[in-house]
Design a protein. Structure first.
Lengths: 352, 322
């Protein structure tokens, strides 16, 4: 059987890098063409860097290179994204939506492509509540520009191709079950604000859960999606699902970790009040009115993420579990280690 | 039958001047925009010009004795809190200079002892309370109740008088502040306002008040809600039992938020004085209780929850049965 030739975007990102590392070890994968702004991305001869970026027409790939890719590539894996929850919608769209459109245009005339994997997010479900099936298509409102831009990109992919498969990971919070953190994101920044005592409230609803996963699990799922048969025209929730922690339990575990720091314990910092979204919005407005710039920034930062908690949802993972032969690790199995890591040492890179 | 100390009487004194928020802004006494402070519920404050803190304390305590026809000799103890030592006898315009009194023997001129003398409360031993900010009078009531129970005292008069020197402005963390004095009589067997329970949380971490405003602001709501719930639980009540909350007169907006997170489904908030007086350091909760009782909105048997925050930092709740 002829090994597949992959074209992958986002290989310098957290998930993309891990996906490449897994595909390299797959015997069914031959050459991996990696779109990158950097000239060198890895040590394997099977990884061929392709100069370009998601923001330029034609992805900024030189014509001869594009011709070669058109002749060789059998599988497209689109991991590139800007994942900051705080970015304005137009900024998120520029990379996530329009970048996807450009990639679809470029790959439209690559005749050998049989699999087009799009790495989306579970939170294209936006502000919907209840059980979110993998077959569901996002049509609702969203908590931030990131979610909306990814939902719009999903729609483009569905419309443009018949060979798509969509990976929808939950928010990645650490590398693996050790709790190691390679990249700090909105979840971590929220935890830091609660740790510093600058955050007072948390909007929640009954049955609120925080669905997060490890990089290891999400990358394993995406790599499997690249290799597996019969996944076309399906989306997969690479989420904790049943293993997501109820918010109360998650707060208990978080503050257990905080309390292990003696200096923090002495401060007597209060646990945030769990409240409904309307009260939280009143609090946000009061801070905008009367808070210092520091507190305003803290609350604005939370505002891109925590309101999602007031829209309780349960991601069904039936397809993903079948694909991987197992469910994601329970969040409770690594959450406290992750929090311990977060408050003990800074991570290597941050997403705004 | 065991003793049931309670609040037998309340009186308060406000200075004569009562400028509006807009007048304060025009005089440069505010940091925030007056429109925002009005949106937060503030209308007027009470401003001492010719009154000293002691004048106000004397006025409040005298009124309490007079209105209730009390023999001064029946007061077993006087607990005084508020502006300390020589400052207590100064006019706002002179307060900064009066701090010099701490350097000499004038530092031992105390308003508590003078009040005992001026009102003829010869049987009253005098205690002073300090460092509790806006929870001083609640702290005094706590001590008074303990004295009634532990030492069998029949009547303890709690007096608090606070002011801001003339140059200090009239705003504290987006709250408009008033000068005032409040007198509260705790009786061992009070016919009304039985003290059912109290709760206080002090967080020493916030002692550096000047530089920890952000952290204090963030901690305020969760800790306030916690103390209110703890007070209700200590009283043996359900949250739904509370009829009235007698607040400290900070921004109505902050109370709108706190009231929601405190989750007292049947309680009403007595908020009339936020616009009329603003926030007195001396005794918002009891000033409100007095006015609510006078207006007939609080009736015998009502379950009352008093809550105040003292910058520095103390969160205090008190449960009373009217």
């Amino acid at each position: 059987m002829t090994p597949m030739t992959c074209f992958i975007t986002g290989t310098t990102g957290l998930l993309g890098g891990e996906v490449v590392a897994r595909l390299v070890s797959e015997p069914g994968v031959g050459t991996i063409h990696a779109l990158t702004r950097s000239p060198i991305i890895g040590g394997s001869q099977r990884i061929v860097p392709v100069g370009g970026n998601m923001l330029s027409d034609g992805l900024g790939i030189a014509r001869p290179v594009r011709n070669r890719l058109a002749r060789e590539v059998t599988t497209v894996v689109h991991c590139a994204a800007t994942t900051a929850f705080s970015q304005p919608l137009d900024v998120a769209r520029a990379t996530n939506t329009e970048g996807t459109r450009r990639l679809l245009e470029v790959t439209a005339d690559w005749p050998h492509v049989r699999r087009w994997v799009f790495v989306s997010t579970a939170f294209v479900a936006g502000l919907r509540t209840g059980v979110i099936d993998e077959a569901d298509i996002a049509t609702s409102d969203w908590a931030n520009g990131y979610e909306q831009s990814k939902a719009e990109a999903e729609a483009l992919v569905r419309d443009a191709r018949d060979d798509w498969a969509i990976a929808r990971p939950a928010t990645v919070v650490c590398d693996d079950a050790t709790g190691r953190i390679s990249q700090v994101n909105a979840v971590h920044r929220a935890l830091r604000l609660y740790f510093s005592g600058l955050a007072a409230m948390l909007p929640t609803a009954e049955h609120s859960r925080l669905d997060v996963v490890t990089t290891e699990y999400a990358a394993r799922g995406i790599a499997r999606l690249v290799m597996a048969r019969d996944v076309e025209r399906r989306a997969f929730h690479f989420c904790a699902g049943n293993g997501a922690m109820p918010l109360g339990q998650l707060l208990d575990a978080t503050y257990e970790s905080f309390l292990r720091a003696p200096a923090w314990r002495r401060k007597g910092i209060a646990r945030p009040v769990r409240t409904d979204l309307e009260t939280y919005r009143m609090f946000e407005a009061a801070v905008e009115d009367a808070g210092s710039e520091r507190v305003r920034q803290a609350v604005r930062s939370l505002g891109h993420f925590v309101p999602q908690l007031a829209y309780p949802k349960h991601f069904d993972t039936t397809g993903a579990d079948a694909l991987l032969g197992e469910a994601a690790p329970d969040v409770a199995s690594y959450w406290e280690q992750m929090v311990d890591t977060l408050i003990a040492a800074p991570a290597t890179r941050e997403v705004a | 039958m065991s003793a049931a100390p309670g609040i037998a009487a309340i009186a308060y004194a406000l200075p004569a001047a009562s400028p509006s928020v807009r007048q304060l802004a025009a005089a440069g006494a505010l940091q925030s925009e007056p429109a925002m402070l009005e949106r937060f519920g503030f209308g007027h404050v009470c401003l001492a010009v010719d009154e000293t803190p002691y004048d106000l304390a004397l006025s409040a305590a005298s009124a309490l004795l007079r209105e209730n026809d009390l023999d001064p000799l029946s007061i077993d103890a006087l607990i005084y809190g508020g502006a300390p030592g020589s400052i207590a006898f100064s006019h706002p315009r002179d307060a900064a200079d009066e701090a010099r009194g701490l350097c000499d023997v004038r530092r031992f001129q105390y308003p508590g002892t003078r009040l005992q003398f001026d009102l003829g409360m010869e049987n009253a031993s005098v205690l002073g309370l300090d460092q509790l900010a806006c929870t001083t009078i609640l702290g005094a009531v706590r001590v008074a109740r303990a004295l009634c129970i532990a030492e069998g005292l029949e009547r303890v008069l709690c007096v608090s008088s606070e002011f801001y020197p003339a140059a200090a402005g009239r705003e504290a963390i987006t709250n408009c502040t008033s000068d005032a004095a409040c007198a509260v009589l705790v009786e061992r067997n009070s016919p009304r306002n039985r003290i059912v329970a109290g709760a206080t949380v002090t967080k020493g971490y916030f002692w550096r008040a000047a530089s920890m405003r952000d952290e204090v602001m963030a901690s305020y709501f969760p800790t306030a809600a916690h103390v209110m719930r703890r007070t209700v639980a200590a009283a043996g009540w359900q949250p739904s039992d509370v009829d009235w909350v007698m607040p400290h007169n900070v921004s109505a907006t902050s109370w709108d938020i706190l009231f929601r997170i405190a989750a007292l489904p049947n309680a009403r908030l007595y908020r009339d004085n936020i616009a009329r007086i603003g926030h007195t350091l001396a005794g918002d909760n009891f000033i409100n209780l007095r006015d609510a009782a006078d207006a007939g909105v609080v009736t015998a048997g009502d379950k009352l929850l008093l809550f105040a925050y003292g910058y520095g930092a103390h969160w205090t709740g008190l449960a009373l049965e009217a």
